[in-house]
Design a protein around this ligand. Structure first.
Ligand code: HGY
Ligand code: MN
Ligand code: MN
Length: 405
């Protein structure tokens, strides 16, 4: 039904762009690596007879006309990465969608609905601390203010778009109207499918990531000459807050809280840290619980800062609502999984995905592929060709069924 050799060789070829010496991938938005990756994926799209273009924020879009002028079936994922990420995260979804359309073309199956495959810009948020730029633009929710976010070199998203050779002022032109649904294939990035010995899974909903930035400002002083009871040590304060955050999140079965980035100033062996900045990624499939975890952590942070005469500032980097997957399309996915003789495992996604940006605009669904040992955001990320082939066939069947509706 699909050409798994073509799909896996494309995956391998794409993984060489931005490859790290640990075998991971560094591909950040609006960089040269990401441009090369887009150009390679553009070639795959053209070989599949898709009409290819870049939109105002640099989403790479492959379009296929339908027999009739019906609402669009959207497929896609992302090709940007986290630092030293894995080669399947995002890339697998894009290449699988292209492979399905390529196979339909080879079988001379013409769909009724038009289809668009989109490589969304900056799903991860690695460079600007603000993710899903491309899918926000397609949803029509990306604002000029969002484009003021800056990377660690102080380059704003707007500047990066300009330097990339795109015109930011056509922002609204990126919005895609008249969409029937969005379906994405993605690696699970967790252990549920593996624990159920299942190759593929049907996603029920996507947990919402809340990203906060904490800044604690104390006083840099001499490490040797300052008595322990007269310090305003920002790093000790941060350590207490971070340890408490882990305890708070652990009180809830599906909540998670992660500190992924932390910087210390002035960062000298013999200097009491005067300033510590860190990010906190808080998630839950239920946003009331996520908000409760956020409240408890920030209240503890305020108490700790006050007790140590340290100044606390908390900035919100992004707050994405959890999103349910469409029940009807889930049924189509589950039926397709059964048709290939696989057991149906339904699961929620702890990881965020572009489809969240389409909440309340059009229905979304996701098909998960088993991740070996549940590892992701790591060069060890792996999904087998057999499992990938099954997911691609499930997508192939799902597209045909949705197209017939
Ligand atoms: O952060 C996430 O959940 C996704 O990998 N962007
Ligand atoms: Mn990711
Ligand atoms: Mn991803």
């Amino acid at each position: 039904m699909i050409n798994i050799h073509r799909l896996t060789s494309h995956l391998q070829e794409l993984s060489e762009i931005g490859r790290t010496n640990e075998g991971g991938v560094n591909r950040y938005s609006y960089t040269n690596e990401e441009r090369l990756a887009n150009e390679l994926v553009k070639k795959y799209m053209e070989t599949a007879d898709l009409t290819v273009e870049y939109d105002a924020v640099g989403n790479l879009i492959g379009s296929l006309k339908g027999k009739e002028n019906l609402p669009i079936i959207l497929l896609g994922s992302h090709i940007d990465s986290v630092p030293n990420g894995g080669k399947y995260d995002g890339s697998l979804g894009i290449l699988t969608a292209i492979e399905v359309l390529h196979s339909l073309k080879e079988k001379e199956i013409r769909l009724n609905h038009p289809v668009k495959v989109i490589a969304f810009k900056d799903e991860e948020g690695t460079r600007f601390g603000f993710g899903m730029i491309g899918s926000r633009a397609v949803a029509g929710t990306l604002t000029d203010e969002d484009l003021n976010r800056v990377d660690q070199q102080g380059v704003s998203i707007e500047q990066a778009i300009k330097e990339y050779g795109l015109e930011k002022y056509r922002l609204q032109s990126a919005k895609i109207e008249n969409v029937k649904c969005y379906v994405e294939v993605h690696i699970e990035q967790g252990k549920v499918l593996e624990n159920h010995d299942a190759a593929v899974g049907c996603v029920t909903g996507i947990a919402g990531p809340l990203w906060l930035q904490f800044t604690l400002t104390g006083l840099s002083e001499h490490a040797g000459a300052t008595p322990m009871d007269q310090r305003q040590d920002a790093l000790v304060g941060a350590s207490l807050i971070i340890a408490e955050a882990e305890k708070i999140a652990s009180e809830y079965p599906t909540a998670v809280a992660t500190v992924g980035k932390l910087s210390v100033k002035p960062n000298g062996v013999n200097v009491i840290p005067g300033e510590v900045i860190w990010t906190m990624d808080i998630r839950d499939i239920d946003d009331d619980i996520r908000d409760e975890v956020e409240r408890k952590i920030t209240q503890f942070a305020e108490k700790t800062a006050a007790a140590r005469h340290i100044h606390l500032k908390v900035n919100e980097l992004q707050r994405v609502a959890p999103v349910p997957c469409d029940e009807g399309i889930q049924d189509v996915v589950k039926g397709s999984i059964r048709e290939i003789g696989e057991s149906v495992v339904s699961l929620s996604s702890g990881a965020g995905h572009d489809g969240m940006q389409f909440k309340d605009r059009f229905p979304i669904a996701m098909i998960f592929v088993r991740s070996k040992d549940g590892i992701s955001h790591n060069p060890k990320e792996f999904s087998s060709a057999q499992d990938i082939e099954k997911a691609a066939i499930v997508l192939f069947k799902t597209v045909l069924i949705l197209d017939a509706k």
